[in-house]
Design a protein around this ligand. Sequence first.
Ligand SMILES: *Cc1c(COP(=O)(O)O)cnc(C)c1O
Length: 387
Amino acid sequence: MNAAFPPLREELQGIEPYGAPQLDLPVQLNVNENPYGPSPEAAADIARSVGEAAASLNRYPDREFSELRAGLAAYLEGDGGTGITPEMVWAANGSNEVMLQLLQAFGGPGRVALSFAPTYSMYPEYARDTLTEWVAGHRADDFSLDLDAARDLVLEKQPTVVLLPSPNNPTGTALPPEAVTMLCEAAASYEPAGIVVVDEAYVEFRRTGTPSALELLPVHRNLVVTRTMSKAFALAGARLGYLAADPAICDAIRVVRLPYHLSAVTQATALAALRHAPELLGKVEELRVERDATVAWLREQGFEVADSDANFALFGRFADRHAVWQGMVDRGVLIRETGPDGWLRVSIGTAAEMAAFRQALLETVQDTPQQTTQQTPQDTSEQKDLA
Ligand SMILES: *Cc1c(COP(=O)(O)O)cnc(C)c1O
């Protein structure tokens, strides 16, 4: 008998759909969201703007989302960018979609996408879905990049797309500007040249003195800087990510994007959010302070903690991290089982949420005595980690 439909593509068979458990627990510290919602004023302006857009939802939206591109360009100009014009900006439904579009345009059969593990586990999925070969180099024990080894790997594999999160997820590690410069130069030195995508999903949380790759945009034509409204901007539910790059890179993406991919509702929401940017970003400073306090506290308790420029901390190491994760769940605190074996990741929440986290962790560790392990970080590209 014939099957009613074909089997899944061979390379997709047996793969679990990506995503963290969405458990309904009182303390949610697992997907790096901003714990503070938009202010009542921002929420009201978003609602009013969406209401206005609703009156003409019979029409397709502005395919080029020109007003939003101009708004995002102006926003980036005020946040360390220089000479960023609307033609240099592109947006989509989350920066995940932006990066998938980059792979659709610049990856593909016979081409290579490259990153350094442990890193964001969506990257190999973009490669898989666009039939791009995936290569993962390795980070040092402190999760930084060994620059010479990284450059050598890029020169050897000649990727058309290099994906560099800064700060990195799940480790929180930011890249120094020398790393971006070195890899942009390496990727420009072969034929066809590669683009270097610096994924700045968490950049607003960076520690003082850590620069943004935006500053290097005027210097490197193959540099792409991606950002998102999902984290510091407190708008994960709206799904809006964007990039800044050479206008020719934006033009290339227009070839692969689906028609009218950014809905009128999304455009109205994002424009209203930009009008309230200072308010939406208003809790970032508080979260940075809470992040530093959390890292310090974990170290005082004797845990290993990766230095973090993001709104989360990776800590360990546990002989049985799943038991610790479960112990936290049993106490109403949802954190993330991700990263190299033995480590756990906690997002930075409100002061009250972090107090609940600290208490639950102390109780859990007491209940589940741990032998800490000392293995070196491993490639986590097989692990599922959304956010
Ligand atoms: C959360 C995150 C993003 C942003 O995802 P959106 O699709 O914009 O919500 C991008 N990159 C990394 C590394 C992330 O952790």
